[in-house]
Design a protein around this ligand. Structure first.
Ligand code: IPE
Ligand code: IPE
Ligand code: MG
Length: 247
């Protein structure tokens, strides 16, 4: 383990035996990062995309099983057209460039969100990336694009209502309801990180995050480093998770 730690540069306080299985990140602060430098907001998004590559790679290296990144919310369409366009272009480029990396590293890629609102080209790329990587057995990267937690729940409710109408609906348990969400089959996030100093969830995984540990940092997403990730994990490992019981 010490050798591995040397290779990854991971802080020695990180306990590799007790890593979170699933980490969710609300990546925030790209706009402020750019503003501080007198740059357009879109420049912050471009650097933020590099941070996504770096952090996804690091999580894969240290053995995180699932990483879920909130990249575009159902509310982010309110932003100026050129910003939305830049973000969509960055998503396309990121997916195209990830295909080879996913093959090399055995990463699976999935997408959470109402994807039918996205361009046909982007939808096709997502379908290809998901399909081509589905048999990989490494870490799973979930990109939330046009994702909203309330929207996801409504989707699931509508699906259930359709089944109910035709008499095919199984008993409505928490397990069954979870299986109707985008995150079907994936354990709930153990840890949710938000960068940039904002301390809210902004519609990210309200169902799945019911018992997640929350970690907020002032670091802006383009500046978020592997060592900042270590700090989040170290803090997570200090927490006492009780899930309503006693210890
Ligand atoms: C996060 O950075 C990226 C997205 C939400 C798409 P922001 O663009 O929200 O950056 P700030 O919050 O304006 O600094
Ligand atoms: C949340 O960030 C959405 C994503 C990170 C994709 P926002 O910057 O859109 O959230 P608010 O507006 O500060 O709540
Ligand atoms: Mg923001």
């Amino acid at each position: 383990m010490a050798l591995f730690q040397k290779k990854t540069g991971t802080k020695p306080e990180v306990d590799f035996e007790r890593l979170p299985r699933h980490i969710g990140i609300i990546l925030d602060g790209n706009g402020r990062w750019a503003k501080k430098r007198g740059l357009p907001r879109t420049a912050g998004h471009a650097v933020g995309a590099e941070t996504v590559r770096k952090i996804a790679n690091y999580c894969k290296d240290i053995g995180i099983e699932y990483l879920t990144l909130y990249a575009f919310s159902t509310e982010n369409w309110k932003r100026p057209d050129d910003e939305v366009r830049t973000l969509m272009d960055l998503f396309e480029r990121y997916i195209v460039e990830s295909i080879e990396v996913m093959k090399r590293d055995g990463i699976r890629m999935d997408f959470f969100g109402e994807l039918t609102a996205l361009s046909p080209a982007l939808q096709q790329l997502m379908a290809d990336a998901r399909e081509e990587s589905s048999h990989h057995d490494g870490c799973q990267l979930n990109l939330c694009i046009n994702y909203g937690g309330r929207d996801e729940i409504l989707h699931a409710v509508r699906k259930y209502a359709e089944m109910y109408k035709t008499g095919e609906a199984p008993e409505l348990t928490e397990e069954y309801f979870s299986s109707l969400l985008y995150s079907t089959g994936i354990p709930d996030p153990d840890l949710i990180i938000r960068t940039s100093g904002e301390e809210r969830l902004s519609n990210f995984l309200p169902w799945q995050g019911a018992y997640s540990e929350l970690y907020f940092t002032d670091v802006l997403w383009p500046d978020f480093s592997e060592r900042d990730m270590d700090d989040a994990i170290i803090e997570f490992q200090r927490r006492d998770r009780r899930f309503g019981g006693v210890k």
